[in-house]
Write a new protein. Structure first.
Lengths: 143, 524
């Protein structure tokens, strides 16, 4: 059986409309062989988690430049946990200070990529991390 | 290869001018087609306005920053609003959670606007407000705040960005669909022509198109197309082009590629003048002038070795000055990480002052004009822009191309091509893909926004809603709604509404109930 392609939901949460980063990363992940669903703008945490469930994704990438990341990431994470979707990788990037990255990582958010990150780094991370999570679940007999 | 991935010649010579005519194509500064500048006396007559975009936290926080900047020798104000304000939500709306005062100042009612300019006489400063979908309401608040200071509207000088087309194309802070949005803009042009004659009603903006990833020529062409669309709307609404065109200004990005940027400004002036005179029949020379503000490129700044951003910004600013900008914002070194601190914004302002008063470049107008390379590249960019105009016309015009996502796709493609060139190392970014410092630690201080703004704004709005005259308030909102339906000019009704303490969100909701809202189809 061939393993199914990695499915990634790329989102722009909050009120900000600066979607350059989200679109570039979406295109890069697609060209790295993943299936990418781009939600578009102004997604609330519940819309994001709803889409993630509907689309049965392996990972969610949030693009944030509006300094609302400390509100949005924890909410998405909480909703994922409530719906039993802890296996979905929550990652992202944008303008996010280092200390906030550390705080969010403690909560269980995956790596967050700042300005200047090569696109390939993001693709490699998503592949590795989703692969690791799939292996874990498979070992635990969930998959 | 330029930052727009344009191949450039190694050397230019005088033998490839393709029939360029000095009098017709270049001429003297202050003369049609204004390739060399709009003023005969350049910066000797008037230095550019040093205008740093600023806003964060509450109106009181930002008021303090304005006083600091004016004290440091800044010559104009420029308001950055927070995202809820930009999107027409009050600070206490559920969608505003976590965003109040973060990317700019929170302004939800007339009282906020009054506090923003407390102690700053509005007949003495010029103020630029970066606001688009709700621009009419924020202008109404500004007019009302000035009235409260005893300043009549005819004395007000400033700009609202009010360029909704580039929002659909690039920055995506839209609320209403294109057609009602354009109607609001024509109401503003009419109102300002009559009552606020020194106000710039639209700042047609390439900045955001470029930041979203376009090339220099796309920025040039898409922006001018947006400008032409506003001109066509004004004419269609029955105004004489010379009544409103002199109050349309422009806003360019100053990116890293020095000569391409310089030629973009020169080509832009020439194209605007030619179209305004020849296509739209403007006869007042003021209608032909492309006056512009410039901001250095936020996207060119790096999070790595952020002090290097001071140098990038200085070089970008120099291209804007040599290109004849009327006003300038220089970015601060820390802006890829946070809103700027007082220290970093002061260095950015000092950068402009050094260019203005130490380097001598302000003494000579268009000093690079006549360079074979510069003239050739100016011609070439004009030609490429004209090709884009023809293509868009063939596809049914600007609004049609927006609705079909054409501009958005073109920009996304350019952004992706650029990122690939950076990742491959074809485009060098110092500190990012070359001259990288491993294990770099951030050594500069960052500004922290106090989380209390959201709470205090919520409390203030609650108190406002409790104390205002409910009958006056609901009558004023009803008048706004009626004007949306029957087409009477919205502006005087908006002024009355904000004076009756209707909040931004309440007015926007009233307008939404008639105009509806816009959604784009997500694509990448």
């Amino acid at each position: 059986m061939t393993e199914r392609k990695i499915r990634v939901l790329v989102c722009k949460p909050g009120l900000d409309g600066h979607d350059r980063g989200a679109k570039v990363v979406a295109a890069a992940l697609r060209d790295a062989g993943m299936e990418v669903i781009y939600t578009g703008l102004r997604q609330t945490p519940s819309m994001i988690v709803e889409s993630a469930m509907q689309e049965d994704v392996d990972a969610i990438g949030l693009s944030m430049h509006s300094a609302a990341h400390m509100t949005i990431f924890p909410k998405v994470l909480q909703l994922l946990n409530e719906k039993g979707l802890q296996h979905i990788l929550l990652t992202g990037g944008g303008v996010i200070p280092d200390e906030d990255i550390v705080a969010l990582s403690t909560l269980g958010v995956g790596r967050l990529f700042g300005p200047g990150t090569p696109m390939a780094d993001i693709a490699v991370y998503v592949k590795d991390e989703v692969g690791r999570r799939r292996a874990e679940r498979s070992a635990a007999g969930v998959l | 290869m330029t930052v727009s991935l344009r191949e450039v010649p190694e050397l230019s010579d005088p033998f490839d001018d393709e029939g360029r005519d000095f009098a017709k194509d270049i001429a003297y500064p202050g003369e049609y087609p204004y390739t060399r500048g709009i003023h005969r006396t350049g910066y000797r007559g008037k230095m550019w306005t040093m205008r740093q975009f600023a806003g964060f936290g509450s109106a009181a926080d930002t008021n303090a920053r304005y006083k600091y900047l004016l004290g440091a020798g800044q010559t104009g104000l420029s308001v950055a609003f927070d995202l809820p304000t930009l999107m027409g939500y009050d600070s206490d709306h559920e969608f505003s959670e976590g965003e109040v005062g973060k990317c700019g100042v929170a302004i939800a009612c007339l009282d906020d606007m009054k506090r923003l300019f407390e102690g700053i006489p509005l007949d003495k400063v010029s103020t630029s407000m970066t606001i688009n979908s709700p621009a009419a309401i924020l202008l109404a608040m500004y007019v009302a705040a000035a009235k409260a200071q005893g300043v009549t509207p005819n004395l007000l000088r400033g700009t609202v960005q009010n360029d909704i087309l580039k929002e659909y194309i690039a920055q995506k802070e839209y609320i209403f669909p294109p057609v009602p949005s354009l109607r609001i803009i024509t109401d503003m042009m009419r109102y300002c022509a009559d009552d606020v004659p020194q106000w710039n009603t639209i700042s047609v903006s390439g900045y955001h198109i470029r930041e979203a990833g376009s090339t220099a020529v796309q920025e040039l062409a898409f922006t001018l197309l947006d400008g032409f669309t506003y001109v066509e709307c004004g004419i269609k609404a029955g105004m004489d082009v010379d009544e409103f065109a002199p109050r349309i200004s422009h806003f360019w990005n100053a990116h890293q590629d020095f000569f391409e940027e310089l030629c973009k400004y020169r080509a832009g002036r020439r194209i605007w003048a030619r179209h305004m005179r020849e296509k739209y029949g403007a006869t007042d020379p003021k209608s032909w002038l492309l006056r512009f503000h410039t901001q250095t490129a936020g996207v060119s700044l790096t999070a790595q070795q952020p002090e290097n951003n001071i140098v990038r910004t200085a070089i970008e600013a120099l291209s804007a000055v040599l290109g004849g900008t009327q006003s300038l914002h220089t970015n601060s070194m820390d802006e890829t990480l946070a809103l700027p601190t007082e220290k970093s914004v002061k260095i950015a302002l000092r950068t402009q002052q050094i260019i203005a008063y130490e380097t001598g470049v302000a003494h000579v107008i268009d000093p690079l004009g006549g360079s074979w390379y510069v003239e050739k590249l100016t011609d070439q960019m004009e030609k490429e822009a004209e090709e884009i105009f023809a293509k868009v016309e063939q596809m049914g015009g600007v609004v049609r191309c927006i609705e079909e996502g054409w501009f958005q796709r073109e920009i996304a493609r350019s952004a992706y091509e650029y990122q690939k060139a950076v990742d491959k190392g074809d485009k060098v970014i110092v500190g990012v893909n070359k001259f990288v410092e491993q294990g770099e630690k951030l050594t500069i201080e960052l500004l922290k926004i106090d989380a209390s703004t959201e709470r205090s704004q919520t409390e203030r709005l609650k108190a406002l809603r409790a104390r205002r005259d409910a009958a006056k308030w609901s009558a004023a909102l009803e008048a706004v709604r009626a004007a949306c339906v029957d087409g009477s000019n919205l502006m005087p009704r908006l002024v009355t509404a904000v004076e009756a303490d209707a909040t931004l969100g309440e007015i926007i909701d009233t307008m939404k109930s008639v105009f509806g809202t816009y959604e784009e189809t997500p694509e990448f």
